[in-house]
Structures are given as structure tokens and as C-alpha cells.
Design a protein around this ligand. Structure first.
Ligand code: MF3
Ligand code: CO
Ligand code: CO
Length: 247
């Protein structure tokens, strides 16, 4: 498990800031009628115009610059001709690479007017991310993050997707350790200053079970219930954490 230097953390923050700004940019175009591939193009062009690389594109053959998931799609949605409609939620997840360093960020957006129940799912998933982050400091363990997320999710009647996990990040999009969104506190690798992690709860309104679509990429909930996803890239600091995918 890699400890990043000040210089490396600075570079990851640069990549992360572009990631954040690209989210702000694409948010402007989210409305009923827009195609997911149009959103993908906005993200792609924004990243390129900032001298960075949309590193999802071509990663293990992934065909988009962003993973764009609607409603019951959990992760790895492929941008295409699907048009967003009123009441949908859309999850946009992408990595930005700059000067050899990666960042990874996901947000869930509302399309028009969303039901109270789904709005609650989205609010609670974002809060679950911050609950997970709140325990981070040197000496704590990965399991402490996992447990905080799971406990918050269950307290709010949501289920936790188990097949997909957060991860270390740096020169590679996915590095050790894995960061599950469930499991016992007090277990797993010990957090150290300078570790960089992508924390990303995926929570469902229905059951936790997921299935893989025939396109071999997109994961959906088995019961077709809505799923929500938020993700930040962070660094463990002296006394807590700092978000790298921010302003
Ligand atoms: N951003 C995803 C994650 O959170 C990974 C995307 S896989 C890709 O780990 F193939 F789309 F790049
Ligand atoms: Co991601
Ligand atoms: Co990630």
C-alpha cells in the first residue's frame, strides 16, 4: 500500500480538481431529453480542454469517457442514445488523469422532479459517504470506514452493494487496498498519512443483489430498484482526511 509524497498528493489534487470542475460543467446539461452520450461528450471535451485525460476511455476496453448509470443501473453504464426523462436519477462516474496521476469521482443527479423516496435515497447515500469519510485518520482501519457506511445505510433502510468496492488510487486508477462498503470495524489495513483512497458507497432502495448485463459492463440491481452512488478521492492527513476531488 502506497504512501504518496507531498508532490504526488499535489498532482492528484490537480487531477481531482479537474474532475470536480467537469462534474460542475456536465450538471448544466442534465435535463429530460438529453442523451447519455451527449453528457459523455461534454465530460470528454472538458477534460481534454484542461490538458488532462479521461482515463476511463479504453480502460479494459470501456467505450466511454464516463460511466453513466440511470435508475437501477449501479455502475459501468455505457453512454449511448438513451434519453433521460423526468423523475430519473443519473449517476456520473469518471476518472481524470493528469501528469501521471488519477482521480475518481461520482455524483448522482436528479432529472427534473424526482419522487420523495428516491430523493431520500440520494441524500442518504451522499451522507453515507461522509459518514465513511468521517472516521478516517491515521491509526484507524479500512474496516472502520466500511462499517460506518454500512451502519448508516442500514439505519436508513438501504441495502449495500457488495460486489463493488472503493479502492486505493494513484498512478493507477485501482490500487490496493480494497475498501468495501460493509463489514466489521477494527479489521483490515491500518490507515496511514499519505494514503490516497477512492471511497464510493453504492446503496439500493431494494435488495442488495446485482446482476451483470449482456454488454459485460453494466451492473444493475436484480430487483430493478433504484441504486445510488457517490464517490470522492481523498488523502489521509495528520488528523483526518482531505478531499482531492473538490474545489
Ligand atoms: N470509476 C470507476 C470506479 O469507481 C471505474 C471505472 S471502470 C472504467 O472505480 F472502465 F469505466 F473505467
Ligand atoms: Co469511479
Ligand atoms: Co472508484
Amino acid at each position: 500500500m502506497d504512501i504518496k509524497s507531498e508532490r504526488e498528493i499535489h498532482l492528484m489534487k490537480e487531477a481531482g480538481h479537474i474532475n470536480y470542475l467537469a462534474h460542475k460543467e456536465v450538471e448544466k446539461y442534465i435535463r429530460p431529453g438529453v442523451k447519455t452520450k451527449e453528457l459523455d461528450k461534454k465530460i470528454h471535451d472538458f477534460i481534454i480542454s484542461h490538458g488532462a485525460t479521461p482515463s476511463c476511455l479504453g480502460y479494459e476496453g470501456f467505450p466511454g469517457s464516463a460511466c453513466i448509470c440511470v435508475n437501477d443501473e449501479v455502475v459501468h453504464g455505457i453512454p449511448g442514445n438513451r434519453k433521460l426523462k423526468n423523475g430519473d436519477i443519473v449517476k456520473i462516474d469518471f476518472t481524470v488523469r493528469k501528469n501521471g496521476y488519477e482521480s475518481d469521482m461520482t455524483r448522482t443527479y436528479f432529472v427534473g422532479e424526482v419522487s420523495t423516496e428516491v430523493k431520500q435515497l440520494v441524500e442518504d447515500t451522499e451522507k453515507a459517504l461522509y459518514e465513511g469519510l468521517s472516521v478516517i485518520k491515521p491509526g484507524k482501519r479500512i474496516g472502520d470506514i466500511s462499517h460506518a457506511i454500512e451502519e448508516y445505510a442500514h439505519q436508513h433502510g438501504l441495502s449495500v452493494v457488495e460486489e463493488l468496492v472503493g479502492h486505493g488510487i494513484g498512478t493507477h486508477m485501482h490500487e490496493d487496498p480494497e475498501v468495501p462498503n460493509y463489514g466489521p470495524a477494527g479489521k483490515g489495513p491500518i490507515l496511514k498519512k499519505g494514503m490516497t483512497l477512492a471511497i464510493e458507497p453504492m446503496l439500493n432502495l431494494g435488495k442488495k443483489d446485482v446482476v451483470l448485463l449482456d454488454n459485460d459492463w453494466t451492473v444493475v440491481t436484480e430487483d430493478k430498484s433504484p441504486s445510488c452512488h457517490f464517490e470522492h478521492t481523498i488523502v489521509v492527513t495528520e488528523d483526518g482526511y482531505e478531499i482531492l476531488t473538490g474545489e
